[in-house]
Design a protein around this ligand. Structure first.
Ligand SMILES: [Zn+2]
Length: 278
């Protein structure tokens, strides 16, 4: 399985989408004692399908094929919990608070207390995931950003995710926290200007959704690495509340998914229409 799929825009604009956590190909070398439904609760399930019309509306769409339980492309390469490893890592690791919550580069827990990996991993196994999945995904995103920037002189990149409707012990807002319909993040303007971010926020609120900005999510590795507002490269992270489109226990889309998709299409049209002309 290729690490990603690119759905190219029919008529490309400076708008670029990616869905790094909706992958659902569990490769044979991924061994877990968790059930498939438990594992799938870690996916931003079917976010790629919510964005399916974006290429026909002018946005390239990059989609990860491997699940984040296998390797999380929205983490630093060295954000590894040493407790996952069967042997010492040969260089210094930089585990962040994501690893501490079980959500580092390699996921430790599917949900609190449920281990994702069946056994400790060798260095070679983790490096294999980095080289076959993580780096190709980032290279593909970088190439799309460069292609778009060269063609248009500006890039508006939206990094699409979905979040559990209620937080748990592994989320930054803790167990029982109710989530708004959307969390829009720009790393406090480090990854995108507030002007660009506000276009999304105003559209979503105008569509009747509750929206918070940079709370409880600030924006992950992908938007921080991609965005460069002084150069005109704006990278915004969007988290969709899964209750808007998903049966979270069964990991199946609900009848509400079509309406949400229609509203996202409206946002895509608005963003394309709002892009600065060169
Ligand atoms: Zn995500």
């Amino acid at each position: 399985m290729e690490p990603f799929t690119i759905h190219r825009a029919r008529v490309p604009s400076a708008l670029l989408y990616d869905s790094p956590h909706s992958g659902r190909f569990y490769p044979p070398d991924f061994e877990s004692n968790a059930s498939r439904p438990e594992l799938r609760c870690g996916e931003d399930a079917y976010v790629d399908q919510l964005l399916a019309n974006a290429p026909s509306l002018g946005a390239h769409l990059l989609v990860a094929n491997y699940p984040r339980c296998y390797i999380d492309v929205n983490r630093g390469e060295d954000d590894i919990d040493a407790a996952l490893l069967a042997e010492p890592w040969p260089t210094a690791l930089q585990p962040t608070e994501k690893s501490a919550r079980g959500l580092g580069l390699i996921r430790r827990f599917v949900v609190p207390g449920v281990e994702a990996q069946a056994r400790p991993l060798t260095v070679a196994a983790v490096r294999g995931r980095i080289e076959r999945v993580y780096r190709p995904y980032h290279a593909a995103l970088d190439a799309l950003v460069k292609e778009t920037y060269d063609a248009h002189g500006v890039v508006w990149h939206i990094d699409w995710h979905s979040m559990k409707s209620v937080g748990n012990a592994m989320t930054p807002d803790g167990p029982g926290a109710r989530r708004p319909d959307f969390v829009v993040s720009n790393a406090r303007e480090a990854s995108a200007s507030n002007d660009v971010t506000d276009i999304l926020v105003r559209y979503l609120r105008g569509s009747g959704y509750s929206v918070t900005v940079n709370d409880p999510y600030l924006g992950g590795v992908i938007v921080r690495r991609t965005g460069s507002p002084p150069r005109g490269i704006h990278s915004v992270q969007v988290e969709i509340n899964r209750a808007l489109y998903l049966d979270e226990q069964r990991v199946e889309t609900t009848s509400s998914a079509a309406q949400l998709g229609t509203n996202i299409d409206g946002l895509t049209r608005l963003l394309v229409a709002s892009l600065p002309s060169r």
